[in-house]
Ligand binder design. Structure first.
Ligand code: KG4
Ligand code: ZN
Length: 344
């Protein structure tokens, strides 16, 4: 174990449509630069080919900025951590190839990171305003590609207790937003309008799924049919009811998530509950989770806003934890589009 000397790790994230680089020193974030790709907005979703091209353009300036903001020289770096997967292959390849080249050039270790472990382990970033969850804890991991309840027994021992059988919750948000004519990614916009609306204005059917698994595709179809019917009767329905529709959709989604989370607590007896992933930026999910402390006796862990959606800070912290264990990757390691949260 290496102690008492500064360990600088560069984290690189390029799994989807955000190019990000972060420098972490002994678990503390010194910089976390994210370049969002605006190009996808007009297509209503991420176009993989365009995403990899944008990563190619952004990666060098983003890394340079992260090193500059951290006020270090690249020669000070001790290792390069990068997202190996899961994600879009073309996007992952840009970060993976760059990380390999830089580790070769600087002659320092290369550390492969599982993106989903990054979302969860962002809770271990050193920050005086954030308490770290004790093991074991449950994490509701909610993003554009995943919806899982994960039991975390140690930094790298993660077990999926339940997950979505079809769409991820982020997709449910984004597709609902698209039906309402909102641009991609619609999740934050649904959240914004929902705050102004009545959550009980419209009722959407919750799916019936056994155990701790989820399903969101039926909800999306239900919303689509509902909106089509209403717009037929009143072409201005969406404009006139946007806040109430968003609030009702959000209410249903939050209920689906918390019904399962409560069941997971009942089944495991674990009451330390964290949330992670892009959708954990959602104001209602954060609020309801916080309320569960008084209502249900849970201890909750809500990530800082900047560590919810894709960012390299979460990759850098995993890099640091792996560095301490000298868990380095071979130079022949390859990116992989599919990777379970339990796999390193
Ligand atoms: O983790 P993330 O940045 O990327 C993936 O790994 O997928 O998550 C992106 C997802 C998108 O679906 C986006 O709409 C959703 O997170 N999202 C939100 C909010 N902020 C981001 N969904 C609901 N409310 C939000 N405030
Ligand atoms: Zn993500």
């Amino acid at each position: 174990m290496i102690k008492n000397k500064p360990i600088y790790i560069l984290g690189i994230e390029s799994s989807c449509d955000d190019t990000s680089a972060s420098v972490i020193c002994n678990g503390k974030i010194l910089s976390n630069v994210v370049a969002n790709q605006e190009i996808h907005t007009k297509y209503g979703g991420v176009v993989p080919e365009l995403a990899s091209r944008a990563h190619q353009q952004n990666i060098v300036p983003v890394i340079q900025q992260a090193i500059h903001q951290a006020n270090i020289d690249k020669k000070d770096l001790n290792a390069i951590a990068f997202t190996r997967g899961p994600g879009l292959m073309g996007s992952l390849l840009v970060g993976t190839s760059f990380a390999k080249s830089l580790s070769l050039a600087l002659d320092i270790p290369l550390i492969a990171v599982n993106h989903m472990q990054g979302h969860v382990l962002a809770h271990f970033i050193e920050d005086e305003n954030h308490k770290k969850p004790p093991f074991p804890f449950l994490c509701l991991t909610i993003s554009g590609g995943h919806t899982q309840i994960v039991k975390i027994s140690s930094h790298f021992k993660m077990e999926v207790l339940g997950e979505t059988l079809d769409d991820a919750v982020g997709e449910a948000y984004d597709k609902s937003a698209k039906i309402l004519g909102l641009p991609y990614p619609g999740g934050p916009l649904v959240d914004k309008y929902a705050r102004l609306g009545n959550p009980k204005a419209f009722k959407f059917t919750k799916p019936r799924v056994d155990g701790l698994n989820f399903s969101f595709s039926g909800l999306k179809t239900g919303i689509l049919y509902f909106i089509q019917k209403q717009v037929k009767e009143n072409p201005n329905f969406i404009e006139e009811n946007l806040n109430d529709v968003c609030a009702s959709i959000q209410y249903t989604i939050v209920e689906i998530l918390f019904d399962k989370l409560k069941l997971a607590v009942k089944q495991t007896g674990i009451k330390h509950i964290a949330i992670a992933g892009g959708v954990s930026a959602n104001s209602e999910i954060r609020k309801v989770l916080k309320e569960s402390e008084a209502k249900l006796g849970w201890t909750t862990y809500i990530p800082k806003f900047e560590y919810t959606t894709d960012n390299a800070g979460m990759i850098a912290i995993v890099g640091y934890l792996k560095y301490l264990e000298e868990d380095f990757s071979k130079e022949t390691i390859s990116a992989t589009a599919r990777l379970k949260v339990s796999e390193s």
